[in-house]
Write a protein that binds this ligand. Structure first.
Ligand SMILES: *Cc1c(COP(=O)(O)O)cnc(C)c1O
Length: 393
């Protein structure tokens, strides 16, 4: 750019492309646009999610690193990384459903997903039939000609209900119904696509990012055509991942296998200790032998049941609130999957949109407390839990 005026040079700084060596980590490509040598290359970039990079809402190299890593993690054909977990859920539901379509969804849903289904029903006339998710016969009873989707969660929040994915996908095999599974609670532990699921969604905010420092989501597709279809819808929706957020998530993924193994082991340990405590009437953790789907969990989650557990306090609503405020090491907050442990009392936070009847139908008691176990030493966590139980009464 020598020879040009300073204001011209200022907007054309040198861009450095490494030659002869490569970065060992994933670089952050923060730019929103790539330019082309030839118009043909530009035209091709409009065609699909795996083409050349052009405009960052359509694709970005840092975001694609994350997408390919998640595709491998879940054993899919392609991934769409989104700005949040709800961005992924929205991209999939809005991309697949039309007015008058019918959906079968399990009752114990993430609060935001439940609210989204309510909105789709109220505004677009999408009908939703809620099923407990215990028996595939529920699907055979609910299915109609207008049914498009079966929406499930691997491990539900906060009941830790485990859905028998092989049995439920078998119930819609041979029909046009697509199965969508939110696998946020069980990355690595369960690969829903191996069980016949068509689309897996994640809040990467949780275990994939893992450090409580990023919001993100992903939708993984078993079929490349479905990937292309939802990708082109997501271009219009605009819920794409930001490169820096994608970079933080890729960075988090490096330690996820060790984090998830440790969190599962600590959760099992603490679940056992809680079950023996007199202030606790019941513990919900799939790894415990008295869990209603323990046998399903042994099949589907052979390497561990994840880092989330819930328990019922004998003292009910007041005790639940008091416990969540009495912990000192464990943070009070409605999230999970981070390196630091978190507590939440769902009845007053994440599930507050639900009336008493839907709460009960989702299996949530007034004194239900959810714990997301982090990487702290389990003895330190137990000391915090014990003192908070004593204060909660
Ligand atoms: C957090 C969460 C979501 C939503 O993800 P965001 O990243 O907060 O948008 C969806 N499903 C489950 C199971 C979650 O825990």
């Amino acid at each position: 750019m020598t020879g040009h005026h300073p204001q011209t040079r200022a907007v054309h700084p040198p861009v450095i492309y490494p030659a002869g060596s490569r970065p060992i980590g994933v670089p952050i490509y923060q730019g929103h646009l790539f330019s082309f040598e030839a118009a043909d290359g530009l035209a091709a970039a409009f065609q699909g999610p795996d083409e050349a990079f052009m405009y960052a809402r359509m694709g970005n190299p840092t975001v694609r690193s994350l997408e390919q890593a998640v595709t491998e993690l879940e054993g899919g054909a392609g991934t769409l990384a989104t700005a949040s977990g709800m961005g992924a859920v929205n991209a999939v539901l809005m991309g697949l459903l039309r007015a008058g379509d019918h959906v079968i969804a399990q009752t114990a849903l993430y609060g935001g997903t439940y609210a989204l289904f309510q909105g789709l029903a109220d505004r677009w006339g999408v009908e939703v039939t809620y099923i407990p998710g215990d028996d595939p016969a529920e699907v055979r009873d609910a299915i109609r000609p207008a049914t498009r989707l079966l929406y499930l969660e691997t491990i539900a929040n906060p009941t830790t209900h485990v859905t028998d994915l092989p049995a439920f996908t078998a119930a819609v095999r041979g029909t046009d119904v697509l199965t969508v599974v939110d696998n946020t609670f069980a990355p690595l532990l369960c690969k829903p696509i191996d069980h016949g699921v068509d689309i897996v969604v994640h809040s990467t905010t949780k275990y994939l990012g893992g450090h409580g420092d990023v919001i993100g989501g992903a939708a993984v597709f078993a079929d490349p055509d479905l990937h292309r279809r939802i990708w082109s819808h997501a271009l219009e929706l605009g819920s794409v991942a930001d490169p820096f957020a994608a970079w933080l998530t890729v960075r988090g993924l490096a330690t996820m296998p060790m984090r998830v193994a440790r969190q599962s082991a600590s959760a099992l340990d603490l679940a056992g200790r809680l079950a023996a405590h007199p202030s606790v009437s019941r513990v919900h953790y799939p790894g415990l032998s008295d869990h209603p789907q323990h046998e399903v969990a042994r099949r589907m989650l052979p390497d561990g049941s994840g880092g989330v557990l819930a328990f019922e306090l004998v003292g009910g609503r007041d005790a639940g609130g008091a416990f969540s405020e009495a912990v000192r090491l464990i943070g009070l907050g409605p999230s999970l999957g981070a390196v630091m442990s978190l507590v939440m009392h769902p009845a007053s936070t994440s599930h507050r949109q639900m009336d008493a009847a839907s709460l009960a139908a989702a299996g949530i008691g007034e004194g239900t407390v959810r714990l997301s176990i982090g990487l702290e030493e389990p003895d330190d966590l137990w000391a915090d839990i014990e003192q908070a139980l004593a204060k909660a009464g």
